[in-house]
Write a protein that binds this ligand. Structure first.
Ligand SMILES: Cc1cc2nc3c(=O)[nH]c(=O)nc-3n(C[C@H](O)[C@H](O)[C@H](O)COP(=O)(O)OP(=O)(O)OC[C@H]3O[C@@H](n4cnc5c(N)ncnc54)[C@H](O)[C@@H]3O)c2cc1C
Ligand SMILES: NC(=O)c1ccc[n+]([C@@H]2O[C@H](COP(=O)([O-])OP(=O)(O)OC[C@H]3O[C@@H](n4cnc5c(N)ncnc54)[C@H](OP(=O)(O)O)[C@@H]3O)[C@@H](O)[C@H]2O)c1
Length: 251
């Protein structure tokens, strides 16, 4: 039996020329919030592999259908530009099982959870924050979405829904690095941490004694933010050596 499950595109949303969301009906595919699945399309003729597949984080909550994926097209990439052309009714293939340890069940006890993302790294946090678990585990949750331009601040409707459902427990901090944007912090996440601007905006202290930090997106952001957090005595969390920082990199 092929390892691939055939799903059907049932919806898509175009946020900018390069940012898209794809909704896929594939009821046999299951996951834990924060995990990633694999999307695939048939490989071009003459390829060694039958399919071209890549990992993508689930954006929907595990108990809601259809599945949703938020992605950026990499113009020279073999899969993402093709995904962006799919329309409702067309097939796309998925792995039956999801992967990854970027989920609330893997986190140690803490009072505050900081969810820091760049670009499409927002996706797994939307899945996590639409489940009850993090709200039962953490007193306050801060979500940061850092992008280059204001029009890349996607999913405002979902984020507003989370805020409405969790009064007093949730803070959203948009960041825009390459232009001034009303209501957004300027610059990059590590600088905003070092300069105290992120804590000031959230009204909370980012400290090893109280906080756990999840980082998702650009690997350079993940590296640089870990350095800024290390200056506060926060180190990588591992199952065998509990720490304060959990990471997922996209390339
Ligand atoms: C665990 C995991 C989860 C992922 N989840 C997502 C997701 O939810 N959404 C998503 O858009 N991508 C995600 N990715 C990246 C995704 O798997 C693909 O690499 C990406 O869509 C490009 O695919 P491609 O075949 O067109 O090009 P590839 O050959 O895969 O990539 C070419 C180059 O594009 C750049 N790149 C890849 N992904 C991104 C990205 N997301 N943002 C900016 N630059 C990128 C890198 O420089 C990479 O070397 C994830 C990757 C991993 C490892
Ligand atoms: N967004 C576009 O308009 C655009 C256009 C053409 C091609 N691309 C390509 O598409 C890919 C994805 O672009 P993207 O804009 O979605 O994601 P991105 O390049 O990861 O940018 C998202 C955010 O992450 C920040 N960032 C980058 N490096 C960082 C670091 N070391 N530490 C902390 N923050 C960091 C960026 O700040 P800075 O702005 O300061 O870098 C930006 O605010 C990239 O490979 C890019 O080359 C993007």
């Amino acid at each position: 039996m092929s390892k691939w499950v055939q799903g059907t595109v049932v919806g898509r949303r175009r946020w900018t020329d390069r940012l898209h969301s794809l909704q896929v009906a594939a009821p046999e595919v299951t996951f834990v919030a924060g995990q990633f699945g694999r999307l695939a399309l048939p490989a071009p003729p003459g390829s060694k592999e039958e399919m071209v597949g890549r990992p993508y984080s689930f954006v929907n909550a595990p108990d809601s259908a259809p599945h949703e994926f938020y992605f950026v097209t990499v113009p020279e990439g073999p899969l993402s530009p093709r995904l962006a052309t799919l329309v409702p009714g067309e097939p796309v293939w998925l792995l039956r099982t999801a992967n990854g340890f970027f989920s609330v069940g893997e986190l140690p006890e803490a009072e505050l959870l900081w969810c820091l993302s760049t670009g499409t790294g927002l996706g797994p946090f939307l899945s996590i924050l639409r489940t009850p678990e993090p709200w039962a585990r953490f007193r306050r949750i801060v979500l940061v979405h850092a992008v280059r331009h204001g029009d890349e601040l996607s999913y405002g409707d979902v984020i507003a829904g989370i805020a409405a459902a969790r009064p007093g427990a949730f803070t959203f901090v948009p960041m825009v690095s390459r232009e001034p944007h009303p209501g957004a912090l300027a610059g990059r996440i590590p600088d905003a941490i070092r300069e105290g601007r992120l804590e000031f905006r959230a009204g909370l202290a980012l400290a090893a004694e109280t906080s756990h930090v999840m980082l998702c997106g650009n690997p350079a952001m993940v590296d640089d933010t870990q350095k800024a957090l290390a200056e506060r005595g926060m180190r990588r969390h591992r199952r065998r050596e509990p720490g304060h920082v959990t990471v997922e990199t996209y390339w």
